[in-house]
Design a protein around this ligand. Sequence first.
Ligand code: NAD
Ligand code: DAU
Length: 351
Amino acid sequence: MILVTGGAGFIGANFVLDWAATTDEPVVNLDALTYAGNLESLASLQGNPRHTFVKGDITDRALLDRLLAEHRPRAIVHFAAESHVDRSIHGPGDFIRTNVNGTFTLLEAARAHWLSLTGDDKANFRFHHVSTDEVYGSLSATAPAFTETHPYEPNSPYSASKAASDHLVRAWFHTYGLPVVTTNCSNNYGPYHFPEKLIPLMIVNALAGKPLPVYGDGQQVRDWLYVKDHCSAIREVLARGALGETYNVGGWNEKPNLEIVHTVCALLDELRPDPAGSYKRLITFVTDRPGHDRRYAIDARKLERELGWTPAETFETGIRKTVQWYLDHADWVANVQSGNYRDWVSKQYGA
Ligand code: NAD
Ligand code: DAU
């Protein structure tokens, strides 16, 4: 079995759902259920004996030791993090606690577990660290995309905390031999994305007739990847990635933010037309994010060359599926917006 951390968040939940759909291997899902954790995203796994949810914190070493001793996972896939750049600017403390101290605690627990294994179990154990392209900093308009050897130049408290966690993972490989792999991925989008991030925020605000806040001039560039493609890349690297290596994951879909917002509006105009006129009328330019990185772009050729991974979705197919998903899941959105999703655990599973 595998242990996933942060599996009630956006990417973790997609990963756990895909894992349950594509393998028979059980998953233990450890998540602290912060504001970003939503068990409603995993409702389809209720009663599935191959999914065990544990509410708990990755900074809790005693809990980690207990879980590892009880379940003896063959791999840990580490998603748990504070992930929102704007929140990291308002309050960096949680980012240091979870992303740095939490990753440290998990690495130490993983190391003790790995040392307790023998033979093939020890040789085949993996610690997969899920990280971000933001650790590489910001690119000029014409610079080549980030490769795995690009210097680390994080600019926000979020990206600095993720960079620190990447360095810890690297050091645990070089110093202790812990069998690690790391993936650094570009911006994800897709189902179950918390509507604090650009794409889901634009969809839910548009449907509610609220302003669509675009930071600064809206010409910052991100490289977008459909979340299921990120999940398939992680499965590939977990299965066949070389120990101690990092792999960039991206969709070759560089787009300025304003173009993303226009695309979302055009899809909504087609799929859920508003009698008041195009959703583009709601676009509102607001004060820029402090220290806003201008451009990210991922060179994912190493992953393609060495492991044969390529994304299944283009931006056009992925964004259409995403907008349709939000239209089809008004209850999920309403529960997130009302805060009712936080009652889901007690409603669904009892006290
Ligand atoms: P998210 O914020 O949606 O989910 C994070 C999950 O971690 C939540 O379920 C939360 O409850 C849990 N969590 C937070 N602190 C915890 C703690 N101390 N102990 C246990 N669980 C805790 O994040 P996401 O967008 O799904 O990102 C998942 C991972 O992927 C993160 O490590 C992030 O840095 C990385 N990443 C995200 C993107 C993206 O575009 N979203 C891109 C590249 C990499
Ligand atoms: O690049 C990978 C990263 O992508 C992940 O590591 C992070 O966890 C994830 O949150 C994401 O970070 P970004 O800061 O790029 O994502 P966000 O959706 O917050 O913003 C995307 C772009 O849109 C960014 O340039 C800021 C802008 N933006 C965002 C919001 C929420 C706006 O213009 N208006 C908004 O309201």
